[in-house]
Write a protein that binds this ligand. Structure first.
Ligand SMILES: Cc1cc2nc3c(=O)[nH]c(=O)nc-3n(C[C@H](O)[C@H](O)[C@H](O)COP(=O)(O)OP(=O)(O)OC[C@H]3O[C@@H](n4cnc5c(N)ncnc54)[C@H](O)[C@@H]3O)c2cc1C
Length: 435
């Protein structure tokens, strides 16, 4: 069997590593050079992500414990913060980490072609390989790890019933930049601030002033596009609230796109499987996707190795396992995210400042778990928010819809049957369209 992995993101490389370890011939095509692959910055990932993906822990010099987020409600100056006793996430240098993953894959004979953008080869309505510089190369399986705007997914035959492009409201445009630090003392609880519906706009911003870094990490993310004016306005208000944020741009400064929606309802077809951002596997609240992509990489390789087949029926097992192990929760979080984005900024401010929504509630969504409230929790929240009963009822209705979304995701047909899968896909799309 021969497999092409298109895109050397973390999920694609993990998948290539496991396939090659089992003796399968794998070539990874990456349009960037080895030196420029992925990002020249650090991001957060759960400490458990490496074990869940079945890979060794990366060298310790690549990461350190992540501090907990403090949250700031729209148009508020109050920082809502509860320190974690034990850090659950680490902040990892993305490029050294990916280079290390690539070295693991090379040890088991994965071939890498850097500086090489490829297209999809389709014949008689079936995916059958890639096109590199006009040359057709046959493969039994094309793993699409090309990110949210994958040209491979966009070129799939209609009969695959796989969504080709994200829709409006499903992509987060994030300006990421690293600025100089002003010489001021920052309290521990003010070093990692996330601003919800920042300046009343649909999205979040963050300002991270970690004492272990010599720069200030800024993200200004908005749904469906962030303009220069949005960036300038957000920078002004971040500077007002963070005296340590300096003026000099040290690195970054560009806008990237991240999917923030439930995973694809169909991510596989004959000879094709989508992985990572190409399959919308990020957590819909903050856009974190490294952990789920690596887990998916292992699950896809396991299904291929076990079934020794790349038919849609065999690959469907991968999708079902991904849904069971993490995708279903993303359905619930997507409902919460949509509600937060459509809510009035003053309502969100009230929910936070009254304590109805705690930093624990928001942290659970940001970290990938759905919000689960016990009866006791609900009663406590009712007492805190009794002055705004209609809003509480709306919140409770949203939580019910979030549970319903998880239930719908869990109803994914366990074995591949084209008609049953199509029927389920339509039910899911209708559910989200009607929210
Ligand atoms: C600003 C920002 C902050 C983020 N913060 C976090 C975070 O804190 N934690 C977290 O877990 N995740 C974070 N993410 C998301 C994370 O980067 C992705 O979810 C994760 O890396 C999985 O992405 P991927 O491998 O699927 O795609 P990508 O990382 O987008 O990789 C796709 C690769 O495919 C290559 N490619 C595309 N088309 C072709 C082609 N035709 N031929 C060959 N190669 C091609 C691209 O060059 C690229 O290298 C962040 C993303 C951004 C942009």
């Amino acid at each position: 069997m021969k497999v092409a992995v298109v895109g050397a993101g973390v999920g694609g490389v993990v998948c290539a590593y496991f396939l090659a370890k089992a003796g399968i011939e794998v070539v990874v095509y990456e349009k960037k050079t080895f030196e420029n692959v992925t990002y020249d910055w650090h991001d957060d990932i759960a400490k458990t992500a490496f074990e869940r993906a079945g890979i060794p822990n990366p060298p310790e010099e690549f990461y350190y414990d992540k501090r907990n987020w403090g949250f700031v409600a729209p148009f508020s100056t109050k920082h809502i913060y509860a320190p974690l006793e034990v850090a659950t996430d680490v902040t990892i240098q993305r490029r050294p980490f990916l280079h290390w993953l690539i070295s693991l894959a090379k040890e088991v004979n994965v071939t890498f072609e850097f500086g090489c953008a490829v297209e999809l080869l389709v014949k008689d309505g079936k995916v059958c390989g890639v096109i590199q510089n006009g040359k057709e190369i046959a493969y039994d399986l094309v793993v699409d790890s090309c990110g949210v705007d994958s040209n491979i997914r966009a070129a799939l035959p209609e009969s695959y019933n796989i969504q080709k492009h994200p829709q409006s409201g499903e992509v987060f445009s994030a300006y990421r930049a690293f600025f100089s630090k002003n010489d001021v003392t920052v309290k521990d609880e003010d070093t990692n601030l996330a601003y919800l519906l920042h300046n009343g706009q649909k999205g979040i911003s963050w300002c991270i002033q970690d004492p272990r870094e010599n720069c200030v990490d800024i993200l200004i993310g908005r749904i469906d596009g962030v303009s220069d004016a949005d960036i300038a306005e957000a920078m002004d208000s971040l500077k007002e609230d963070n005296a340590g944020l300096g003026d000099r741009l040290l690195s970054g400064g560009k806008v990237c796109r991240i999917p923030v929606r439930y995973p694809l309802t169909k991510m596989v077809g004959d000879g094709y499987a989508a992985l990572g951002d190409a399959a919308f596997m990020t957590i819909p609240m903050l856009g974190s996707g490294m952990a789920s992509s690596m887990l998916a990489g292992r699950l896809l390789a396991e299904a291929v190795i076990k079934n020794q087949s790349t038919s849609v029926e065999s690959l469907w097992e991968y999708q079902v396992n991904f849904y069971t192990q993490c995708g279903v929760d993303h359905y619930g979080i997507d409902v919460i995210k949509r509600w937060l984005l459509s809510a009035k900024p003053e309502d969100i401010k009230f929910l936070f400042e009254s304590g109805v929504l705690s930093e624990k509630d928001i942290n659970s969504g940001a970290g990938g778990s759905t919000l689960k409230l016990s009866l006791g929790d609900l009663i406590k929240k009712l007492i805190k928010g009794i002055s705004r009963l209609p809003l509480l009822l709306e919140l409770s209705g949203m939580l019910k819809k979030s549970e319903k979304a998880v239930k719908l995701a869990k109803a994914i047909p366990t074995a591949y049957d084209e008609a049953a899968v199509l029927e389920w896909q339509n039910r899911v799309d209708r559910f989200f369209a009607e929210l």
